[in-house]
Ligand binder design. Structure first.
Ligand SMILES: [Zn+2]
Length: 128
């Protein structure tokens, strides 16, 4: 009896999903940099030469920075998942080395930990 099925520890279809997610994220970041962020930078530079009172612009720049921080973290997660795929370690919890259920990987392709380790990690490193 021959049985052909994709091994659960090698969900190659997820690679395409991650690459698509990565492209989409990069496009969104480029759009935001060219739009809101680009304008804020230009305005701030002009303002700094004209006046030292740029508190409002500084606040705007910090908001933009926080937004890009979140996206940078998301990009890092995607890159990490792709890197693990290349090494053949994808789908294994980075903390306890248990095999992450495929259903979880399909729902969250960037998942690096099993659900138990992820909740433990989040309680130690709360993210706002
Ligand atoms: Zn784990």
């Amino acid at each position: 009896m021959t049985q052909h099925s994709t091994p659960p520890d090698n969900p190659t279809a997820l690679r395409g999903q991650l690459l698509a997610q990565r492209t989409e994220l990069l496009e969104r970041m480029a759009y935001e940099r060219g739009g809101v962020m680009g304008r804020a930078e230009v305005a701030a530079n002009q303002y700094e030469t004209a006046s030292s009172d740029n508190a409002q612009l500084r606040t705007e720049r910090e908001t933009n920075f926080a937004m890009s921080e979140h996206e940078t973290a998301e990009l890092a997660d995607i890159d990490r998942a792709l890197e693990l795929m290349d090494k053949g370690d994808y789908g294994t919890c980075i903390d306890c080395e248990v095999t992450i259920p495929v259903a979880r990987l399909i729902a969250t392709p960037t998942a690096l930990r099993c659900i138990a380790c992820q909740s433990a990690h989040e309680s130690h490193h709360p993210q706002i």
